[in-house]
Structures are given as C-alpha cells and as structure tokens.
Design a protein around this ligand. Structure first.
Ligand code: AMP
Ligand code: GLY
Length: 420
C-alpha cells in the first residue's frame, strides 16, 4: 500500500513510524514532512494547507490511503477533496472538523446537548465584551473563535488583562480573522487530562489517557507552548472517571455530531479538566494531539493502519484497539528561547541507538546534515512498566541527542509521579 501523511511535525513522525509496522505498507509519503523523517518517509515539498496540490499528488502517485493529521487542512476540507477523487482518508470531513475550527460551534454544541463544560458567553462586538468583563468573575478565560496555532486562549488574571485581551483579539486582530468572534468563559480548576478517541461515528474507542505539559518552564512556569512533554497514562484519570467521561462526554459528543448531521470520523481529542464538580470539556480537537501522540501511539499494541481503516470503513466495532499495560514519557527538546525568539540552523546528532525513540518536528536536511529549523525540534519517548521507569528512560535517551542551544524541561512527569 502507498500511504500519504499530510503534516510535518513530531505527531506525524510518530504516526508514520507506527504505520510502517504494517507489512502491507510499501511506501509512505509525508507532505511536507521534515528532514528528520527522511529515514521513514519520502518527504514531498507540498504544504499541509495546499489542498489542490495534495489532491493532485495523491492521484499522480496512486495513493491508496491518506492520513490528514493537522487541524488546518482538516478544517479547510482536505478530506472532502480527497474523498471526491476516490482517495480513502483518515480524518474528519470539513463539516465535522468545525468541532475544533470554531469554539463558538463547540461551546453551543455542548450547551445544546448537555455536555459538561465551562459557562460561557459569545461576543461578536468588542463593546459588549468590554462591558461584560467589567462585572464578570475574575480570573476569566478569553478565547478566539477560530484556529490560532493553539495560542488563541488567554487566561486573564485581572480585569485589565481581560480588557487588553479583548482589544488585542477583536481590535488588533492578533489572531487574524479567528478573532472576529470570541468566547468568554468561566475559569475552571483541576488536573487536565487529554483523551484521544478513535470513532467512526457509530462506535467510539478511547485511547490511553495522557498529560501534556504546556508551560515552557519547570514547575509549570513561563509561557504557554505547543507542549513540552507528555506522559501516558494520566494518573488522575481513574477507571471511575473514565467511565463517567464515556457516559457523560464521549458518547454524547459522538451522538451530538450525528444529530447535527456532522458525523465525526477520525481521532477526536477531548481536552478535559477534572474539576471539583466533575470532568468538563476544555476543548475539542479534530485530530491527534501533539505531543500526546508521541506517548499514546508507542503504547498501542493493535495495528494502527488496521484501526484507521476500520474508522474509515465504519467497522470500528469489530476491530480491537488494545494498549499495552505500560507507561510512556516524551520529553520535547526545543530551541532555547522558544516559544519566543530563537536561533536555528544547528546540527542535530541522533545516534542510531535512540533513533527509534526520536520523533522529529522542527528540523531540515541541509546537504545531508540534519539541522534545527523550529521551536520544538524533536521529542524523545521511552516506555516502561512504571511511570518512573518511563521518565528515567526518556531523560536517559535525551542525553544521547544533542544540538546547540537545546532546551528541555527537567520535570516532565514529576507532577504525575506525585499524583500516584
Ligand atoms: P486550549 O487552547 O483550549 O487547549 O487552552 C489552552 C489552555 O488554557 C488549556 O490547556 C487550559 O490549561 C487553559 N484553559 C482553557 N480554558 C480554560 C478554562 N475555562 N479554565 C481554566 N483554564 C482553561
Ligand atoms: N497538545 C495539545 C494539542 O495538540 O492541541
């Protein structure tokens, strides 16, 4: 089988490595991929948002199956266009991807179907929003409606911060048109859990839970990032909570999307907060999380391609999705300065002994030499029978990988260890 994976980050590298385990896979193309994937896939210089070029490539290269991994192409309707020309895909169509593409949509969906989430108001005019935050509870949370590279959420700790957030999103348009509408919502507290689930619209099978580490610095200090590391499973996510989430959140969400005529097929990501009043949805994503995928897929014992095809074909009920009873930890190595200004172009050394555990994100090949080319450069994952073992294993492997200006958190998994 000839497979195409749209996207170019650590998540896509993890998906590609897992797909390769299936013996029927003859070739994998990554669009655009990155220099660090060259050993696992043929990288093609087509951007993930260049839908017409992606479709033309799939036809010209007789692609048998496509995986569309990032939010942008999904929200733009990449799956719809590939399906139109007969290429089967893993990923939701445009109508279903709106669950991530519009926060106003997802909040209204949850309200309509009684799915627990933070209380909220929607504003399309800054004047009304500014009036609202004069009296609302503080802290408050301000979210741009549309996609904003994962940065569209501002937690305002004071009224002044709330006012500035509204002005910068709605007037200065720091997130572009994503900020034409905003959601202002109740500030929730509690441990956060990420749960990815395979669903074909009839059956939903959750994957092992995970915990992201969003802040740049140790002890959850510093700026928000795309994610500095992950562990799986998440120790806060007990069997009892999992059962409650299945009944009150996961299945109702699948049913709600069906009822709206927006059947979701693909990987549905539930960003949850375990509040004192029970689990609530913080966000939905219409795709695998990054860097959650880097700890979830290494624990998947079932064949990924088989599961993905079952989602596409609507036979997930008959397909086993089994995870190892083990733990995983991923430590992200970033360029010093990320998520703000950083330098790139430094040689990356990944010895063969750890290559299987390294998922490359921000790198390019320069005359055959792998060099840094992004904020989050790569993730290093280890699995073990215990959480402690996985954490120690990941940091041990990190010691083998090197590039100038490398920065990583030294406490990935520490909070999870305490929770146990
Ligand atoms: P999101 O981009 O929606 O994942 O939001 C980024 C982060 O903001 C989440 O991971 C939470 O840590 C935080 N957050 C979002 N919404 C809320 C909320 N209602 N209350 C508290 N924290 C929130
Ligand atoms: N790690 C969060 C995300 O993928 O959006």
């Amino acid at each position: 089988m000839r497979i195409m994976v749209v996207g170019g980050g650590g998540r896509e590298h993890t998906i590609i490595k897992k797909l390769k385990e299936n013996k029927s896979v003859s070739e994998i193309f990554a669009l655009p991929g990155n220099g660090g994937m060259a050993a696992d896939a043929t990288c093609v210089p087509i951007g993930a948002k260049e839908i017409d070029k992606i479709v033309a490539f799939a036809l010209e290269n007789k692609i048998d199956y496509a995986v569309v991994a990032p939010d942008d192409p999904l929200v733009l309707g990449c799956v719809d266009e590939l399906n139109k020309v007969g290429v089967p895909c893993f990923g939701p169509d445009k109508k279903a991807a709106i669950i991530e593409g519009s926060k106003v949509f997802s909040k209204n969906l949850m309200k309509k179907y009684g799915i627990p989430t933070a209380e909220y108001n929607v504003f399309s005019e800054p004047i009304a929003a500014l009036e609202f935050v004069k009296t609302c509870a503080i802290p408050t949370v301000i979210k741009a409606d549309g996609l904003a590279l994962g940065k569209g959420v501002i937690i305002a700790m004071s009224r002044d911060e709330a006012i500035n957030a509204i002005k910068s999103i709605m007037e200065d348009r720091i997130f572009g048109d994503s900020g034409s509408n905003i959601v202002i919502e109740e500030f929730l507290t509690g441990p956060e859990v990420s749960v990815l689930a395979f669903t074909d619209g009839k059956t939903l099978k959750p994957m092992v839970s995970s915990m992201d580490h969003k802040r740049a610095g140790d002890n959850d200090t510093g700026l928000n990032t795309g994610g500095m590391g992950t562990v799986a499973p998440n120790p806060y996510y007990t069997e009892k909570i999992a059962a409650e989430c299945m009944e009150r959140i996961f299945l109702p969400t699948m049913a709600a999307m069906n009822a709206e005529g927006r059947t979701f097929k693909g990987c549905l990501y539930f960003g949850l907060m375990l509040t004192p009043n029970g689990p609530k949805v913080i966000e939905y994503n219409c795709r695998f999380g990054d860097p959650e995928t880097q700890v979830v897929l290494p624990l998947l014992e079932s064949d990924l391609l088989t599961v993905m095809q079952a989602v596409t074909n609507g036979t997930l009920d008959k397909t086993e999705v089994k995870f190892a009873d083990k733990h995983a930890c991923c430590v992200v190595m970033a360029s010093k300065g990320y998520p703000q200004k950083y330098d790139s172009g430094f040689e990356i050394k990944i010895p063969d002994c750890v290559a299987d555990s390294v998922f490359v994100a921000g790198a390019r090949l320069d005359d055959g030499v792998l060099k840094t080319a992004g904020g989050r450069v790569l993730g290093v994952t280890a699995t073990a029978d215990t959480l402690k073992g996985a954490i120690d294993g990941a940091y041990e492997k990190v010691k083998n990988v090197s590039f100038e200006n490398a920065y990583y958190r030294s406490d990935i998994g520490a909070r999870a260890l305490k929770a146990k």
